[in-house]
Ligand binder design. Sequence first.
Ligand code: FEO
Length: 167
Amino acid sequence: MIKEVVAKSINDQINKEYYSSYLYLSMSAYFEAEGLKGFANWMRIQAKEESDHAEKFFNYLNERGGRVELKAIEQVPTDFDGIVKVFDQVLEHEEMITASINDMMDVAFEAKDHATKSFLQWFVDEQVEEEATVGDIINSIKLIKGDGQGILMMDRELGSRVYTQSV
Ligand code: FEO
């Protein structure tokens, strides 16, 4: 049976992953309203991936005999201030999620819960990838410097992202 302290950290993380999903869906709605369909597509897929992350934790906690407790999702921002600031916000948010996963790893270590440590490793690796991807997008946006043609090209590129289910 999973220790209470580990179960609590998983339940807290389920909430954070659903918040992330809701945040990115809100960003997708913003881009949609701005006529940036490719950016909107990228964010919508990002939202789905976050929901998958939540389900991964959900399934794992059930598997370990823990009790999943879904809490209210905090209000997300509904208005944003341009492409650059949105992606800066995404990076900042992902860095917070990375810190949270690292804290969970510490909890699992202290509880000597080797199964949870092994399970969390996927998320540790995933966060490295997520931060790098967002960092690349930010670099491209900076290179474009608001040029319309460049934004159009990026919108096309981000529009080609396809969702792959991971749960
Ligand atoms: Fe589920 Fe983007 O971290």
